[in-house]
Design a protein around this ligand. Structure first.
Ligand code: SME
Length: 160
């Protein structure tokens, strides 16, 4: 497909509905994990303009920073630490309306105010996580969780 993204300006759900088939098309036929993670972060950042969008990949005992869009970030996070490490440990998505109220939140930037983390699960094991940060409070809800989970479902087969 052409590498131009069609940007939607509708409701949040409409924006995801426009974006998802484009992400699917970008991934289809490309077996390289890093290339696909990079394009997913680019597409999400371009559509929604969030502060930070990126992946952390499970490497032995730590999450290691993968492709992302936004300011530089912490490179390694241990299991159970911060929002990302908690999502890895529990294997469930975590929505944080106000990062200052999440015990143990890891502040890569003081500008990040709310966050959502989605685990990428393959064969019942968390292999990576998608982390999205917003510069405003209360950005993420169940609609984001629903669609971001659809997106990570598209790439779990590439993670091993
Ligand atoms: N806030 C995350 C750390 C990663 S950065 O936000 C990019 C956490 O608490 O795990």
């Amino acid at each position: 497909m052409a590498e131009d993204l069609i940007i939607s300006s509708g409701t949040k759900a409409e924006q995801y509905e426009t974006l998802l088939p484009q992400i699917k098309a970008l991934i289809e036929g490309e077996p390289d994990l890093i290339a696909n993670l990079a394009n997913i972060t680019g597409a999400l950042k371009e559509q929604f303009g969030w502060f930070w969008v990126g992946f952390y990949i499970v490497r032995q005992e730590e999450l290691v920073l993968g492709p992302f869009q936004g300011p530089v970030a912490c490179t390694r996070i241990r299991k159970g630490k911060g929002v990302c490490g908690s999502s890895w440990e529990s294997a469930i998505a975590i929505i944080v309306p106000d990062v200052e109220k999440f015990p143990g939140h890891i502040a890569c930037s003081s500008l990040s105010k709310s966050e959502i983390v989605i685990p990428v699960i393959r064969n019942n094991t968390v292999v990576a996580i998608l982390d999205v940060d917003s510069a405003t409070l209360n950005t993420f809800d169940s609609t984001d969780q629903f669609y971001l989970e659809r997106i990570v479902d598209m790439i779990e087969w590439l993670c091993r």
